[in-house]
Structure formats: structure tokens, C-alpha cells
Design a protein around this ligand. Sequence first.
Ligand code: PEP
Ligand code: CO
Length: 473
Amino acid sequence: MLYTILHRGNTVWHDPKMSRSPSHQSWHPASWQGRVAGQQPTYPDPAAFDRTLASLGRLPPLVTSWEVERLKGMVAAAQRGEAFVLQGGDCAESFDECSSENVVQKLKILLQMSVVLLYGMKKPIVRVGRMAGQYAKPRSADTETREGQTLPSYRGDLVNRSAFSTGDRVPDPELMLRGYERAALTLNFVRALVDGGFADLHHPENWNLDWVQHSPLAREYQEVTRSITNALEFMETVSGRPLHHSRRVDFYCSHEGLHLPYEQAQTRFLEHRQRWYNLSTHWPWIGMRTAELDGAHVEFFRGISNPVSVKVGTGMSDEWLQELVQVLNPQNEPGRLSLITRFGAGNIEEHLPRVIRAVRAVGANVLWVCDPMHGNTETTAEGMKTRRFDNIIAELEAAFRVHQEQGSYLGGVHLELTGDDVTECTGGARGLTDGDLARAYKTQVDPRLNYEQAMEIAMRIAGRRPPSAPPLA
Ligand code: PEP
Ligand code: CO
């Protein structure tokens, strides 16, 4: 395939004969093409594919290096125990759901959760959406068979369409442009809301979701927001001026950097920094299925200057992890590398102490984040994919406790959630059962926490008040 298009300044050139390069060799945005790239679609028309990537490479970036570097500084603060990261959103965004209402709902729930966390943890909360680009998904199989017909698997709206027909499932390069545009529309709206007063801490009532009034958690939430606005008013009266940063918040976006040609096309060399940045998002992560040391994703990620994360599951050995942290952050730069553990409630006790010790042994500075979703997925008797709230809480509680026992610091959570009243995960304040799932099961991929379940998680974390112990290295 010919998608070797490099972008350095305004120069574009092709380099189709990339050799296999070990990680100490020179990096450029296409060097990943010399490695095995897992989870990539096969496009039937390579010329159309190359044309689309060339267009994508000419379009302006979605984020700026100033934003990316500011986020890196916040991640570094979280590593030191001085901030906490709240990262959340859909498992996969869909193009159809790029609407005013959906963006607002998601922003509302993340802002509400962050206020509860701010109140409980008494430290800055770094708000990060799985948003504005979370359009590509890893799949367990390349194809799907239904009633004797075999078609390519649905890999997210960036690649193909979910309906089960040949026309829908064939990877379509135009969808990369549609994805880029929707990411831009989403970011534009989020920025306008955040800058225009929507995120003003003096007016948390802006974020109330309609049915919050009927929620068993409403009273507690309202008490938190009342305390915060009272405290703000008190401080501003005493100091005689508005508090810095209380009228707007920083909000960052993130997605799995899975579709490497798409990510490469938005990767730019910035003369003023003399570094490469992936400007399709602030904070990309490497998924669990594509974290091989000699794989294409690790090769691509090692050369971009963004903060980056890697998902860590039970299958990752100590040696693998130790090499990964060295390849991805050879200078041990603060804020550069986060590890998102996703072991499952039944496995965390066995694996988390091990990986904390492995990272400590090489003296690496990382931010530890807990994803209590992806290790706790199960299928009901009716064949529906779900997650039980109790398992999610159990993994989260264990993560806080194990980090504390190991003298480490859990600096963030990574959640799949929505601001809507869906029924995809069971349990929580309303005790949803398997039988309730069919009522509002909307996800195309993984089951998400609904509004109320997400708030409950924030309240549980806030109630824990984890210690502000400094991190290890
Ligand atoms: C995800 O975050 O949606 C995902 C696929 O996670 P993981 O790579 O941890 O399985
Ligand atoms: Co998911």
C-alpha cells in the first residue's frame, strides 16, 4: 500500500520502501510502516486512499501544540499527586451523534463529575473527553459472519458503516475526511461553550441534566455545588476580585490512536519547537491490542511529542512494560507517559502491585490511571454485552488501595460514559438488572455508564479522599 506520505513543513514526499527499523533508529511519521500494524482496515482502492490522505494532510490541525504542552504540564502535576485526571466518553463516537445535544450532554456530565471530584479531592481536575476523534475501534476478528454471509468487521465510523451489507462494510477512505470534520465541529463547539461561560463554576446550574431532579443522587450533588459557589463567593468577597480560572475551565480531548494513516496525516513538524506533534488530538492512547513492542503503533507514538498513554492488561509482562516505558519516554520527561490499567475486578490484586513494582524498578516517571471498564465486560444470558457497577467500583477501590499500599499514586480514571439515560451497565443507585438492559441499550460497541452511574462513581471517588502522596520516581 502506498500511503507513505510525509509532512514536514509544507513538503510532501513519498517513501514507499521503508525498511524495518529498530526503535533506536531514526523516526519519522511514516517509520511505523516498516512494522506490523495491527487492527488496520484494508482499503480496496489504494489510489483513492492515498488521495484522501493527501487532502487530510493539507487541512489545518485540530489542536495546537500550546494546548498539547499545557496538558502535558497538567499530566506532570497529576504524576506528582497535585492534580487528578478525569477521562471519559463513549467507547466509540458515531457520526450520527455529532449533534448539539450530544456534545452538550457529554460536556455536562464531565463538568458535573469534575466539580464533585474537585470538591472531594481538593485538587485541580484535568478534564479529558474521549471525544472529537474517538471513531476507530479495534475488533477481535477481521470479519463477521451472519447467516452464511461473511463481511469485514465494523471498525468504527472512521473506517466503515455498522449496517451489515457489503456496501456498508467495505472500508471507505472518504470517512476519514468525514471523521476529521466531525472532530473539528465537536471541538469547535466544546471550545465555544467552555470559553463562553458554560463552564463557569459560579453557575453549575447550567449543567443540570433534565432528569437530575428525579435522581436519588440529586440532593448530594446539589449540596456539593452549593458549597462550591458559596466558597467562591466568599473568596471573591474577601479578595475583592474574581478568582482566576473559575469562569472557564480547560477541557482536552483524547482518542485511541489506532488508525495510523489517519494519525500520520495530522502529524506535523513544528519549526518553533523543532518537534513532531500529532495534532489530531491532545492526548492519544495506544490500545491494549496494539501495544506490541515491535509493532507499528509503538513506533508511531514514540516520535510524537504529545502526552501519550498505553492501556495495560493482564497479558503484559513486567519486561514488556519496562521496555515500553523506555521506548516511549526515553528521557523520562514529566507528563509524557501515562499507563491506564484495565485488569478487571478479579485480577487487579494480582497484577497491579506487580506492574507498579516493575515500573518503579526502572525509575520511570508515569501517571497511573485506572480504567475499571474494559476488564469487567461480560455477556448476559440474553447475549447482551454489559458491565456490572459493583465490579467497576471494586476495581476502582482496589486501584486506590493498592497504589496507596505500594507508596504510589493513582492520578486518574478512564471511564466509558454518556450523559444520557441509557441502560447498558447493570447496578448503581437504581439497581438496574439484566432485564432492564433492553430498555435503552444504544451503544454499538462497549456498554457505558449512564448519567447517574457516572455521577455515583464521581461521588464514590470524591468520598474516598485519597492521600496526596508524591509519586514514586
Ligand atoms: C477502549 O478503550 O475502548 C478499548 C478498546 O480498550 P482496550 O484497548 O483497553 O481494550
Ligand atoms: Co471500549
